[in-house]
Ligand binder design. Structure first.
Ligand code: ZN
Length: 244
């Protein structure tokens, strides 16, 4: 059980991994990266505006949960040897923790991108994706164990395979849901979600993660639809409810 939950957490972290698309013309135009200090400063500046919005949205859906459930912690992983990544975890105190590593921060082109990715990570908490991934992995593990046992194989091997498939089969759906929530949060915090979502144009998963990453075009069109909904409501003097 403990092992399953640990692997579920790993799968969820992996689902959010991104790395800049390699430059195919290294000789002419290397990818510009910000210097570390200005990148970290930008992150805290944007997070100071986006986190309160994410917290408010979270509380509208989880008023029955403890105060900590929507009280996001903002962290930076300073390990410069890691590829660009951002992820959401749950701290020991039950607070959601949003962590961007330093290479992710250095790769951002503007504050709208930071706001969008921050909203995306908050979206995983708001839509309770960690809890659901753990449940899915457990269900997949139980089913896998039964199938292998029936077939006369090693039940533990079945448990591992089933768990992995259970977690992966929901990842694409969850990423798109988190993107939808991100568009609402970024917009409400005063950022341009359309510009922010363009961060997908230059990110891709490593080959092991392709299965959990919807193609960029699919993510961008999903965000475009959400922004349309937001703008229609604005033009009518209202505000689109957050939905995913
Ligand atoms: Zn994600």
């Amino acid at each position: 059980m403990r092992k399953l939950i640990a692997s579920a957490a790993t799968a969820l972290l992996a689902a959010c991994s991104t790395s800049p698309t390699p430059n195919t013309q290294q000789t002419t135009a290397p990818v510009a990266m910000r210097d570390t200090q200005s990148a970290v400063n930008a992150y805290y500046r944007v997070a100071a505006r986006v986190e309160p919005v994410a917290q408010t949205v979270c509380r509208t859906f989880h008023s029955n949960k403890s105060h900590n459930f929507c009280d996001f912690q903002v962290k930076v992983n300073t390990d410069a040897s890691q590829p660009p990544n951002a992820y959401q975890t749950i701290g020991r105190d039950g607070r959601p923790v949003i962590t961007f590593n330093v290479n992710m921060l250095r790769s951002f082109r503007n504050d709208d991108e930071i706001a969008f990715v921050f909203g995306h990570e908050a979206g995983h908490q708001i839509a309770r994706h960690i809890e659901q991934t753990q449940a899915n992995q457990l269900a997949g593990a139980v089913l896998g164990g039964i199938l292998v046992a029936v077939g006369g194989g090693d039940a533990q091997v079945g448990v591992d395979i089933g768990g992995a498939i259970g977690g992966r089969s929901y990842s694409k759906k969850f990423e798109l849901e988190a993107d939808t929530i991100a568009a609402h949060i970024a917009d409400r915090a005063g950022y341009n979600a359309t510009i922010g979502a363009r961060t997908f144009e230059r990110t891709r998963g490593s080959s092991a993660l392709l299965a959990t990453h919807p193609p960029s075009a699919q993510r961008i069109s999903q965000v475009s639809r959400t922004i349309q909904t937001i703008n229609i409501a604005k033009s009518q003097g209202g505000r689109a409810p957050v939905a995913w």
